[in-house]
Design a binder for this molecule. Structure first.
Ligand SMILES: [Zn+2]
Length: 258
């Protein structure tokens, strides 16, 4: 009897969590109101360089992300509502749970639940409606020359982004953050994970360009500008990136049949 009751309560909790997540996900791409995007800063490697760098960051540093989203929304005639507001949520001392490396589907689910729980425990967002939470982990470039993959979770509207604590990298950091942000709204990757090459046509900023290569801009969910069949480069800044039509569909800026 008790066991049946426990199972029933557990199912009830899961149903509530699932329906709250579903509501937040749906509302986040309704674009009826400005979507708040809360940014939290984390010292990724515990280094003094990252510590110092975090202290110097302000909302201004992330403004290009909101500008990019606004400009791109305008291209899709969604200027009135499809905007985001960047809010700096402060620094968090404890690092979020690390995603599993080549983990099984189950490990990824467990990590995603841990990540959502951690985000719930460590943040306090004011105001109604869905809000995106982006956790930015900063690393001293002198200590790590390559960073682990960043992740954006649609479940829970959470992003976990690894970036370099360096002014020289600030513009490119915004490209990385802006790539993860639409993941939280349901946008998918548009590059080949084996080669990092953008996929044609959805990963191309201008799939109708003739000649096709080199492209001038990067599609944000491809993350790189294709220069030749086997070469692609991360754009220097958001001025060199666009949101392609497939991504626009995925975040509800375009109807599916267009
Ligand atoms: Zn991605």
């Amino acid at each position: 009897m008790f066991k049946a009751l426990r199972v029933f309560i557990l199912l009830l909790v899961l149903a509530v969590v699932a329906s709250a997540a579903w509501r937040a996900r749906t509302q986040s791409v309704e674009w009826k109101y400005t979507l708040p995007v809360n940014i939290y800063l984390i010292n990724g490697d515990g280094s003094p360089v990252a510590e110092e760098y975090l202290r110097g960051l302000t909302t201004e540093d992330f403004k290009p992300i909101a500008t990019f989203m606004r400009d791109e929304a305008e291209r899709y005639d969604r200027s009135a509502n499809a905007s985001i507001e960047i809010r700096l949520g402060g620094t968090i001392a404890a690092p979020p749970p690390a995603p599993p490396r080549n983990g099984s589907a189950l490990e990824v689910i467990v990590w995603s639940l841990k990540m959502r729980w951690w985000a719930y425990r460590n943040t306090d967002t004011a105001g109604p409606g869905p809000q995106v939470k982006m956790f930015l982990l900063y690393f001293d470039p002198a200590l790590s020359n390559k960073l682990a993959h960043s992740t954006g979770l649609q479940q829970g509207l959470i992003g976990r982004v690894n970036i370099f604590a360096s002014r020289d990298m600030a513009r490119q950091n915004n490209v990385v953050i802006t790539h993860e942000f639409p993941h939280t709204l349901g946008a998918t990757d548009k590059y080949d994970p084996a080669t990092n090459q953008p996929l044609f046509p959805d990963g191309y900023a201008n799939p109708e360009l003739d000649p096709l290569l080199p492209q001038q801009f990067a599609e944000i969910m491809a993350g790189r500008t294709p220069l030749s069949k086997h070469k692609a480069e991360t754009p220097p800044g958001l001025d060199d990136a666009v949101i392609g039509s497939r991504t626009a569909q995925e975040i509800n800026w375009l109807q599916d049949d267009i």
